[in-house]
Design a binder for this molecule. Structure first.
Ligand code: PGA
Length: 252
């Protein structure tokens, strides 16, 4: 049976207190789906440790939303891979489109973060996606392929560790708009082909997630596609009841 992934990206939402309440309740439900769905929560960095404690020994895993390429030093305001790993993260998002747009992050910078993740034993989740303009001009495949290649070529060539990739079209994030599942599958097929070319370890599996306005109502259509292994969920993950509905919709 193919493993399914649900990654919840809380962005800049939830205090430690709110994260604790969510985590305690999620822990009570986790045993019901853990065999079919790997559930990963990406809270703000401030809530990682509180959430890890609230989840106790439950199989739910944690993800940082970002890391800095350097481990320690004079980088005021940043968090780094060893810090989030100590706080309970097993994964980190890298290259989320909000960071590319708001913090001027480039694919070259993202590539350095993958290496930092590897040094601390974190699995990076590399985010790629095209803008509405890219899609309209027919350059979706080129844009995501370039982001993918520049982002993870060195990481895969060096066989540095596990990897996940999330396809998140910018125009679908937080808008309620989504691609048709078959159009999403077409992009995932392109990503899978490129990943096969870049991967040196032939046995390495790179799960491919779809993200952008995922809800319990539309998730099944995406994960029914052969190259969609799971979803990255923003807004619809903030209420636990809605996250659990998404998990229930894809648990085979
Ligand atoms: P959304 O966000 O589900 O609210 O569209 C997804 C994301 O940005 O990861």
């Amino acid at each position: 049976m193919r493993e399914r992934f649900v990654v919840a990206n809380w962005k800049v939402n939830k205090t430690c207190q709110e994260a604790q309440a969510y985590g305690r309740e999620l822990k009570d439900h986790a045993a019901n789906f853990a065999a079919q769905v790997r559930c990963i929560i990406a809270p703000p960095a401030t809530a990682l440790m509180t959430l890890r404690k609230a989840l106790g020994d439950s199989p739910v895993q944690l993800c940082a939303q970002n890391i800095y390429p350097q481990d320690f030093g004079a980088f005021t305001g940043e968090v780094s891979a060893p810090l989030v790993a100590e706080a309970g993260a097993s994964y980190t998002l890298v290259g989320h489109s909000e960071r590319r747009a708001l913090c001027a992050e480039t694919s070259e910078h993202t590539a350095l973060k993958l290496q930092a993740a590897a040094r601390s034993g974190l699995c990076p989740i590399l985010c790629v996606g095209e803008s509405a303009q890219d899609r309209a001009s027919g350059s979706t495949f080129d844009v995501v392929n370039t982001q993918l290649r520049v982002g993870c070529e060195a990481y895969l060539a060096g066989n540095l560790g596990p990897l996940m990739v999330a396809y998140e079209p910018l125009w679908a994030i937080g808008t309620g708009k989504t691609p048709e599942p078959k159009d999403c599958e077409a992009v995932h097929q392109v990503l899978a082909t490129t990943l096969r070319q870049l991967t040196t370890d032939r046995s390495q599996q790179v799960p491919l997630l779809y993200g952008g306005s995922v809800t319990a109502a539309n998730v099944a259509g995406f994960v029914a596609q052969p190259h969609v292994d799971g979803v990255l969920v923003g807004g619809a993950s903030l209420k636990l009841v809605s996250l659990l509905a998404i998990v229930a919709a894809i648990a085979p």
